[in-house]
Design a protein around this ligand. Structure first.
Ligand SMILES: CC(C)(COP(=O)(O)OP(=O)(O)OC[C@H]1O[C@@H](n2cnc3c(N)ncnc32)[C@H](O)[C@@H]1OP(=O)(O)O)[C@@H](O)C(=O)NCCC(=O)NCCS
Length: 187
């Protein structure tokens, strides 16, 4: 499978040793404040196994992120196919989830850029999307730093979040291959 390298990071296949720090970040209420609930250890392990199998079978996915010469696991960044139906699916999304102590270093943006490059240059995708709650400023700010753009007409109600829940409404950001080629491929 593809291992991606950036200036400071390695995006790699998951290892057994990642499960414990992954469960810690998935169980942290602050990290998970824009999700309906933190995850249990079992749910976190099952999610990691699902991600690992996808990477193994497809060669791409939600890579485990390591700081080169530093922390061996800080979270995940990568590409996935949303598993729910919405007006923009089927699609490939770029997403991220990092442990709190690794926020504020530009790691999500740096790894996200590498994932976009892989999606456009290696997978030949025409478009990559990303979505989050309007309340999740840190996440949509990563999308904007990556050059993704939002049309309010694309906003949607996430079908996996309960009707009436404050996190149900989502913003959709898109990046086309053409826009990436003009603005993103150089960095
Ligand atoms: C979303 C999330 C990954 C964003 O992390 P982040 O650290 O804010 O984003 P980046 O890695 O792009 O870092 C950007 C910040 O690092 C700062 N920074 C510091 N050093 C930097 C460097 N060398 N290069 C670039 N930016 C740097 C930037 O100024 C910016 O800070 P600011 O937001 O205060 O302006 C993180 O909040 C997270 O994991 N949240 C929980 C899970 C989640 O909600 N995931 C998204 C679901 S849709």
């Amino acid at each position: 499978m593809a291992e991606l390298r950036t200036e400071r990071l390695v995006l790699r296949q998951w290892r057994d040793g990642d499960l414990e720090p992954f469960a810690a970040l998935n169980g942290d209420p602050e990290t998970m404040r824009y999700f309906p609930a933190p995850m249990t250890r079992d749910a976190s392990d099952a999610f990691a196994e699902h991600i690992r199998r996808h990477l193994e079978e497809e060669g791409w996915g939600l890579w485990a992120v390591e700081v080169a010469g530093g922390a061996s696991f800080i979270g995940f960044v990568g590409l996935a196919r949303p598993s729910f139906e919405a007006h923009f699916t089927p699609a490939v999304e770029v997403g991220w989830r990092l442990a709190r102590e690794h926020w504020g270093h530009g790691y999500a943006t740096e790894a996200g850029k590498a994932a976009l490059e892989y999606g456009f240059a290696e997978l030949d995708l025409d478009e990559i999307v990303s979505f989050t709650s309007p309340l999740n400023d840190p996440s949509w700010r990563v999308m904007e730093r990556l050059g993704m753009t939002r049309d309010p007409a694309d906003d949607f109600e996430h079908p996996r979040v309960a009707v009436g829940h404050p996190l149900r409404r989502h913003l959709l950001y898109r990046l086309s291959r053409a826009a990436w080629a003009v603005s993103g491929a150089d960095g």
